[in-house]
Design a protein around this ligand. Structure first.
Ligand code: URA
Length: 301
């Protein structure tokens, strides 16, 4: 039976290794050794923006440089600060734009080492914000969803994490205050829908999201899928993706405010295949950048 961590003594379980005391100095997932040069490079970061692909992480850094410092994108070549790692990271002022790969395990790997890095730099008042794509459930493609609570496969909120030889259910609420700040930073004439709702995170794009177009024959049928979608909608879950539970659960333990902004690229009530053109997909993803930029600009006013 999974244990519910909320019922245990929080101060013991949710220990955050903050402070700049560097006892262990090698960050495996970033392939980075903590030394004074590295600490100088990352000192002062407050906002960590995460996206799946390194291309998108770089693109956001270029946009931040333009809006925050007036540097035209063509004159700014962002430097990858994790040159020997799977993940890429680009710094602009007090924002770090990083790639996290795909799926909960990939995000968790990044989060552990990014957080250890931020702790070693003694960076305070951190905020972690994931930008991504998702499959809408009864939501028009192109809408942007800010996640209130992340749900797992069985429509419970909380994430069942395997910690050593035990399963623990850890809370998956995003940070309300941060969500409100992001929403309040948006202009009234935002040219797309922005909604606050719940999100379900799955282990994969196909069977986990009740698709029929994957490589493995599903064990469910159309009737079962419709029932699942009905239950999903009852919980105000607006979109499927693969990382929200990992972000929320990690940040609830590390006590770092977290938010997720994900655009829907398909309405799953209309089908399984993503039919948007590559141009439309870029435009949809750019909407999450617009929301993030409005937020960052509101923080510097
Ligand atoms: N990402 C997902 O996880 N699912 C979708 O349907 C689209 C994007």
């Amino acid at each position: 039976m999974p244990q519910n961590l909320i019922k245990k003594n929080e101060s013991k379980i949710y220990q955050n290794h903050s402070g700049s005391n560097i006892k262990y100095s090698y960050l495996y997932n970033l392939n980075l050794s903590l030394n004074s040069k590295i600490i100088d490079m990352f000192k002062g970061i407050k906002y960590v923006f995460m996206q799946g692909s390194s291309f998108r992480a770089k693109s956001l850094a270029k946009k931040f440089a333009k809006v925050s410092f007036g540097i035209e994108e063509e004159y700014f070549i962002p430097q990858n600060l994790f040159p020997n790692a799977f993940f890429e990271g680009y710094r602009v002022g007090n924002a770090l734009s990083v790639s996290h790969g795909m799926g909960a395990m990939s995000v968790i790997s990044l989060l552990y080492d990014i957080t250890r890095l931020m702790q070693a730099c003694n960076n305070k008042d951190l905020q972690y914000i994931r930008l991504g794509t998702s499959g809408g459930i009864n939501i028009d493609a192109g809408s942007v969803i800010i996640t209130d609570t992340a749900y797992q496969y069985d429509l419970s909120h909380g994430y069942t994490m395997l910690i050593s030889d035990e399963a623990h259910i850890i809370p998956t609420h995003m940070n309300n205050e941060l969500n409100n700040q992001i929403i309040n930073a948006q202009p009234a004439d935002l040219p797309f829908k922005l909604l606050l709702g719940n999100t379900i995170a799955t282990d994969d794009f196909y069977l986990g999201q009740c698709r029929f177009d994957g490589a493995i024959k599903p064990v469910y049928n159309e009737k079962m899928r419709q029932e699942y979608f009905k239950q999903i909608m009852k919980k105000n879950i607006y979109n499927f993706e693969m990382e929200s539970v990992a972000l929320a659960t990690f940040c609830s333990r590390a006590k770092i405010p977290a938010a997720m902004i994900a655009v829907t690229i398909i309405n799953r009530l209309n089908g399984d295949q993503v039919t948007a053109t590559s141009g439309e997909l870029i435009e949809f993803s750019d909407r999450t950048h617009t929301v993030a930029i409005n937020y960052i600009l509101s923080q510097t006013k």
